[in-house]
Each structure stands twice: as structure tokens, then as C-alpha cells.
Design a protein around this ligand. Structure first.
Ligand code: SAM
Length: 260
């Protein structure tokens, strides 16, 4: 039973963290004239309307992208994607990770996106139809294992679960270990929430043990509302592109300006 819907959280500070770094990585990797594979295990619907009552109910975008857009200069790939999305779909639109990737990838690159929820999958297929992405209504890890190593070999995997199922925290290191053995050159990115319960800690510890060269970056922010459990956002990257650590440092400084 899937109950999580990203529209309630689209454009929040965790999205700013994840989408800012994803945009930076894809812009960097597409500078080289060689094709890329892009795979997502948990795609969502790709295009969000921040004036939707569900988004307004939580108000998370108001504290997220509406405040943080200024952290990214006019030439930053995240700004370019935001501007292009808003020009095409209206000023209240917000791109999810598949649409960010689609706008940064090139015609020879390939995209495979998994989304299990029937309505989210239908919306994803519709939003992605101009881009030739393959949208699978299938478990994201099952899809990824069936594709790895992908063709072309260079590429990015984004793993962005909703952590609705508590066993996700235990299962993810095993999935990542299997993927990275099959696809040793892939840039593998895992997003995770930092909750007051600290549920992420054992998982991150195992990831570091399994991948001593992995880059992890965490930011903290005030909870979206009093008592809300999410107080930060983390990303763990295997085969991080050159220069990503400087971009993470820049973002850390931006997040430190947020007032509780
Ligand atoms: N990556 C998206 C973005 O940044 O724009 C947000 C994705 S949202 C956090 C997680 C999505 O995963 C939800 O839309 C949910 O329906 C979907 N989902 C949950 N379990 C899944 C599974 N086992 N396989 C594929 N998708 C799943």
C-alpha cells in the first residue's frame, strides 16, 4: 500500500538539496561528448504544481525553493531548469528529478524511470512523453538490477525512496552493493531524510563501511512545522564527479543561513 505522494513536499528544502546537487552532477557529466544512462528507482510524477491545495496545505515549498532559489546563480543548471520549467508550465510549476534530468540530458542519452504508484506513474508518463524516457510501473530496485550494467555505461542512478517501509533502511545497502558490483563506473546517488529519530544512522554507517570513498553530504534545516520529524537531508554518492565536494561545501554555507 503506497500512501506517500510527493506533491505535499515538492520544492521543500530536501528537494532543494537533492535537486541542486543532481542538476550540478548532470551538467558536469554532460560536458563530455559521450552518452549517459540515467536511471531512477523512485521517480514520482516529474512535474508539480505548487499552487495545488496539497502543496499549499504543508507550505513546504514556501520555506524551500521560494526562499532558496536565490542560492543558485543565473548560470547554475538548477536555475536553468527551474526557469525553463516555469516558462513551459507556469510560474507555480516545479520540476521533479526526472524532469530535471530530462532537461539536462542530450538526445543520445537514455532514461529509465520506475514509479510504482498507478496515478503517479500515469502523471509521470504524461510529463515525460516529450523526452523519450522509458517509464516503468515496477519496483525501482527490481528495475535497476535488471538494467545494470546499463548501456551506455557512463551514467547516474538516483535512489530516492519515501522510506515509508522501515525495512528500506536495512535493505538499501544490500541493493547498492549489488548495483555497484554490476555497474562499477556508475554514479550512484542515494537521498535520505535526517529525522529526529536518527533512523538513517545505521544505514549510513554501513554505506561508509561498504564504500570508503563514497561522498556523503548532509544539511540541517528547521522543521517544516512544529514537531515535524525531518530536520535535514542527506545524500550519499558513489563515484562522485570531480568538483562535487566544492558544490556541497557551497550548499552547506547556504543552508547555514537558515534561521530556526
Ligand atoms: N525522485 C522524485 C523527485 O525528486 O522528484 C520524488 C520521488 S518520491 C520521494 C518517492 C516515489 O517513489 C513516490 O512517488 C512513490 O509512489 C514511489 N515508490 C514507492 N515505492 C516504490 C517502489 N518500490 N518502486 C518504485 N517507486 C516507488
Amino acid at each position: 500500500m503506497l500512501s506517500y505522494q510527493h506533491i505535499y513536499h515538492a520544492g521543500n528544502l530536501a528537494d532543494v538539496h537533492k535537486h541542486g546537487l543532481l542538476s550540478w552532477m548532470l551538467a558536469y557529466l554532460t560536458r563530455k561528448d559521450k552518452p549517459l544512462s540515467y536511471i531512477e528507482t523512485h521517480a514520482g510524477r516529474a512535474l508539480y504544481d505548487l499552487s495545488d491545495p496539497s502543496a499549499l496545505k504543508t507550505g513546504e515549498a514556501a520555506q524551500g525553493i521560494n526562499k532558496a532559489a536565490a542560492w543558485f546563480g543565473a548560470d547554475h543548471p538548477f536555475t536553468r531548469v527551474l526557469t525553463r520549467t516555469r516558462a513551459a508550465h507556469g510560474v507555480q510549476s516545479y520540476p521533479g528529478s526526472p524532469l530535471i534530468a530530462a532537461q539536462l540530458l542530450r538526445p543520445g542519452d537514455t532514461m529509465h524511470l520506475a514509479e510504482l504508484h498507478p496515478q503517479e506513474h500515469a502523471a509521470l508518463s504524461f510529463a515525460m512523453s516529450p523526452y523519450g524516457a522509458k517509464c516503468h510501473q515496477r519496483d525501482g530496485f527490481e528495475l535497476t538490477h535488471s538494467l545494470c550494467p546499463p548501456t551506455p555505461r557512463r551514467g547516474v542512478l538516483l535512489i530516492d525512496p519515501s522510506y515509508e517501509i522501515k525495512s528500506d533502511y536495512n535493505d538499501i545497502p544490500r541493493h547498492i552493493s549489488r548495483v555497484s558490483r554490476a555497474w562499477n563506473v556508475g554514479v550512484i546517488c542515494l537521498w535520505y531524510p535526517i529525522l529526529t529519530s536518527q533512523s538513517h544512522l545505521p544505514m549510513v554507517q554501513v554505506l561508509h563501511q561498504q564504500n570508503p570513498d563514497g561522498l556523503s553530504h548532509e544539511v540541517r534545516f528547521p522543521p517544516a512545522r512544529p514537531g515535524h520529524g525531518m530536520v535535514g537531508s542527506g545524500i550519499f554518492v558513489i563515484n562522485a564527479p570531480f568538483g562535487l565536494d566544492a558544490e556541497t561545501q557551497r550548499l552547506s554555507d547556504c543552508f547555514k543561513t537558515l534561521k530556526a
